[in-house]
Design a protein. Structure first.
Length: 217
């Protein structure tokens, strides 16, 4: 019964998609045919009489044809402003990985530190609450103005957008764990404490005793 419902839902979804694509195709074709003739003042100002006269919303058939053309040679390189979609995708993935890696390197030990030390939690929480809601669209022009490099600015924006979720989740997971609340440590928890101590060693001179959920020495 469930399988038949899934098949029916799939068929209905395909019918909706075909109808939507048909309406899109017919609407763009009618708009293109109706745009021929004397140009209005607005069309002349925006280049309607030039070679880009049909530069409106393309029909689905043109989109599919262009997609096949782009995917047939995804790694071509005709200069700095004309590269294949595969090359562009590789650049984007590299920037995302770089920004996220920097965020992990900073946020994981800092989240441990905030979770183990109430003093650091109270000291850093106002800054986190102020910076965390800032939109990436607000960080981007600031990064471009200060860094003056598009690639580094993109990595910075990815970093600044990734660091807050990682930091808050590390803090919450550590604060709510039995490891942070319990004073008794099994061998596994002792090993986990040693690992976390090594992580936070760059932020504290020494971690002389396991945390009991209240103090970090």
């Amino acid at each position: 019964m469930i399988q038949s419902d899934n098949i029916k839902a799939l068929i209905v979804g395909l019918i909706i998609l075909i109808v939507a694509l048909g309406l899109w195709e017919s609407a763009t074709r009618v708009a293109d045919s109706g745009s021929q003739g004397e140009l209005s003042e607005y069309e002349m100002m925006t280049g309607g009489g030039s070679e880009t006269a049909g530069a409106g919303i393309p029909p689905p058939s043109d989109v599919i044809a262009r997609a096949v053309q782009e995917l047939s040679d995804p790694f071509y390189d005709n200069g700095p402003n004309d590269k294949g979609i595969g090359t562009q995708l590789a650049y984007s993935v590299a920037r995302v990985l770089a920004g996220y890696s920097f965020a992990v390197i900073l946020a994981v030990p800092l989240g441990f530190l905030i979770g183990m030390s109430p003093i650091f939690q109270k000291a850093l929480n106002p800054y986190i609450q102020i910076l965390r809601p800032i939109s990436p669209l607000a960080w981007m022009p600031l990064a471009l103005f200060i860094i003056q490099d598009s690639i580094a600015s993109a990595v910075f924006v990815i970093f600044i957008c990734s660091v807050w979720p990682i930091l808050t989740n590390m803090h919450r997971q550590y604060s709510s764990s039995l490891f942070a609340r319990s004073g008794r440590f099994s061998p596994t928890r002792r090993l986990a404490w040693r690992v976390s101590a090594k992580i936070c060693v760059t932020s504290q001179r020494r971690c002389s005793s396991p945390p009991d959920g209240r103090h970090f020495r």
